[in-house]
Design a protein around this ligand. Structure first.
Ligand SMILES: *[C@@H]1O[C@H](CO)[C@@H](O)[C@H](O)[C@H]1NC(C)=O
Ligand SMILES: *[C@@H]1O[C@H](CO)[C@@H](O)[C@H](O)[C@H]1NC(C)=O
Length: 474
């Protein structure tokens, strides 16, 4: 049988992004296996944040492979405590250095591994603790390519053997101050200073440890701050955190703050000179323009974001989104605006601002008031690179979408290849027909025309369904 050289196999396998196919490939022959297994493990490791997405049996197999690398001499902790692993031993030495393939690690799966591999009832908690300790030791010692770590445990991992070696090489860390105390963060900061990405989830306390941990990072480029929306007690701003973010802002390229941006003072926006990716959400904040949001406007007005390429806002007044766009350097490639707070005239203004300030825009998600449908032609004629468009609208006025279709078929740029719409759009059969006829008569490349299935409720009529199906392949 003719065989493909490894480089070619690698190229092909890299394109397959589902684990099942990759797994099948690994079973073909030894050559294929040697190319597929490292990829399989890497992609597994990258998507393994939540092990419970996988079946118990698959998880057990995965953990069993790792168990081959645990210290297992008669004097080691595991045999001493009658923990006999692996459950199924390979007949030969493992073919790969599996530990090198693990690039992302999570305390969640380490706990899961200990639970699944310790089967017996009596004394199992004690055994689980020992096994977990051994797994951490193994990982800190042998996972030389680990770049990302998700820390959701109260264990003081910085004290474990080889922790320094492991944490000093990490690029990305995800933590929750709920599980990791202020003191632990201060100690961790001594051995972990090379992060480029830090994600803080369910943040419910403004602690000195968290602030100093951010401060001590030497290479930080990306910060995600997610406040705990269930914590009703905190209404005051996080002063320590705000101050540190302000100090770090000038080196940050990516910032995500959610779901209550008003918990942080907006002063830091003045220093976001290098920001490329900005996502702000006030989903659980006050849903009207309060004092804090006015403060945000005041600072945004003085800021500038020359390199901004990606902007996402959720539940923010459109006037704030407009300000950010106006302060950008006309380099924005993607804008996603969800659930904006806006009147019809705010909406008109937003559409206009996008058309003036975003000549390079490729993807746009925006709400359009039915009275502003005509305005969309401005976006179509100025954003010549626009490829993907997703529109929502607020009121069900019947049928509200025909005018949009007319404008779109008349003015949209040739490269437009995908249109998605939210629930409240309603197109008449005639409107759709004439849209697709025009599209075809202009010899435009096919467009992917679809309802946004992510929005839960939907209300198609059969006619619309058939219509779309019929014209989908124009
Ligand atoms: C950071 O990385 C450098 C090498 O790039 C290394 O020498 C240093 O020990 C690391 N420091 C910490 C504390 O993470
Ligand atoms: C769409 O508009 C038509 C009137 O043209 C109306 O009969 C129909 O119920 C509307 N559909 C939805 C889902 O609102």
């Amino acid at each position: 049988m003719a065989s493909l050289v490894r480089d070619v196999l690698l190229l092909i396998f890299t394109e397959l992004n589902d684990l099942d196919s990759l797994h099948s490939c690994s079973l073909v022959n030894k050559n294929w296996c040697q190319v597929a297994v490292p990829l399989l493990w890497k992609s597994f490791s990258d998507t393994y944040e939540n092990p419970y997405n996988y079946k118990r049996e698959s998880r057990k197999k995965f953990y069993n492979v790792i168990a081959h690398f645990l210290p297992n001499n008669p004097k080691d902790l595991l045999p001493q405590n009658n923990i006999l692993l692996p459950l199924n031993k390979f007949p030969k030495e493992p073919m790969f250095k599996y530990m090198d393939f693990l690039t992302s690690l999570s305390t969640v799966w380490i706990e899961d591994m200990a639970k699944l591999l310790i089967n017996d009832e009596v004394g199992s908690k004690y055994k689980e603790r020992i096994l977990e300790f051994e797994i951490y030791k193994l990982i800190f010692n042998r996972c030389n390519n680990a770049k990302n770590f998700h820390w959701y445990t109260k264990k003081r991992l910085y004290r474990y053997p080889n922790a320094k070696n492991f944490f000093s090489k990490l690029r990305s860390l995800e933590i929750s101050p709920r599980g990791i105390t202020s003191k632990t963060l201060i100690k961790l900061g001594k051995i972990c200073q090379n992060l480029t990405n830090l994600e803080i989830h369910m943040c419910d306390e403004d602690t000195p440890g968290l602030a100093s941990f951010i401060k001590i990072q030497k290479k930080l480029q990306s910060l995600c701050l997610e406040f705990d929306e269930e914590n009703d007690e905190v209404e005051e701003q996080y002063i320590l955190l705000g101050n540190i973010i302000e100090k770090k802002a000038s080196t940050l390229k990516k910032v995500i703050i959610q779901p209550i941006i008003t918990l942080i003072s907006p002063i830091f926006v003045l220093s976001l000179k290098n920001i490329q990716y900005l996502a702000l959400s006030n989903e659980y904040g006050e849903l009207y323009e309060n004092v804090e949001l006015c403060e945000w406007k005041r600072y945004l007005n003085m800021a500038s974001f020359p390199d901004l390429q990606y902007l996402e806002t959720t539940c923010l007044p459109s006037s704030i989104t407009c300000l950010i766009i106006e302060k950008s350097g006309r380099n924005i490639l993607e804008i996603n605006i969800h659930s904006p707070l806006e009147s019809e005239s705010d909406n008109r203004n937003l559409i206009e601002v996008i058309s003036i300030y975003c000549p390079k825009l490729i993807k746009l998600t925006v709400n359009v008031d039915y009275k502003n449908l005509g305005e969309m032609s401005k976006i179509f004629s100025s954003c010549k690179q626009l490829e993907k468009l997703y529109l929502t609208t607020n009121v069900n006025i019947l049928p509200n979408g025909d005018e949009l279709l007319r404008v779109m078929s008349e003015a949209s740029p040739m490269v437009l290849q995908e249109f998605k719409f939210g629930d409240k759009w309603n197109f008449s059969l005639k409107g759709l027909e004439s849209f697709f006829e025009t599209w075809k008569s202009k010899n435009r490349p096919p467009i992917k025309f679809s309802h946004n299935w992510d929005e839960l409720v939907y209300s198609w009529t059969d006619d619309h369904d058939k219509m779309v199906e019929k014209y989908m392949k124009v």
